[in-house]
Ligand binder design. Sequence first.
Ligand SMILES: [Zn+2]
Length: 292
Amino acid sequence: MKYARRLVAGMLAAGALALSLSGCGNSVDPIERLGRKTQQETGKPSASPSAGASSPAPVASADDAYRKWGLAAPVQYAPKPAQKPQLPKAAPGKPAVIDRIPVAPTDKVVFLTFDDGAEKDPQFLKMAADLKLPISMFLTDNVASSDYGHFQTLRDNGSGSTINNHTLTHPNLRTLDLAAQKKEICGQQERLEKRFGAKPVRFRPPFGNYNDDTLKAASECGISQVILWRVSMQITGFQYAEGSALRPGDIILAHFRGPAELKGETETQMTTHMLQRIQEQGFKIARLEDYL
Ligand SMILES: [Zn+2]
């Protein structure tokens, strides 16, 4: 896809924080098998035949939703912290730049963020609602606006998800002057306000690329926090900016992407992989805004 190519090209041009999304060497897990296995298990005779032949078939409770989405165990969520962490201070006239939440080293929490908005998979809406995933969305107008209603549904599913600014057209902001950057950021503020009723206060620069003008522009557009990331979800696994494992407070970048960008995997399959990788490392999911 043209958009995907541009994204990869931008990634290659990006700085240290921009985590390349190409070159993923992970093999594709046979997740379809997981789905079939779950079905087979569900199809087995009831383990408690004493319930009686006339009893209706047991309905999976909300707590069983994890099985439906290919997970071996329920997703663990961290409660809202009693005290917000000490965040990096913002320079005068600039928003704070945050790439990891400074939690205690024993506080094994990570945060889910999804960017752009090209893919609008109805199954993902079901998954996010079933699993109650809190997702901080960073939406780019020129790919998300064909169906902002999709993202509104995700925001309003009761999991505390939010909609934030990711520019009008996803440029590498470092190549633009202040006025052009302001147009990209303020323009999306206005679009989001018109569509969703309020201007977000959080912004993520495309590819993680920004400079002083970006911070000035963002501040003038009403942004108080720039949210970056240290871990990027690929198709089946994570790419880390440093080290080879999740760290407490990591902000995870994922994308609203579909089979065309994920080598045939769907958005829900990618998300299942992501949740599996989080579970394997013993981390809980927390809501980013509860810590900001
Ligand atoms: Zn993006």
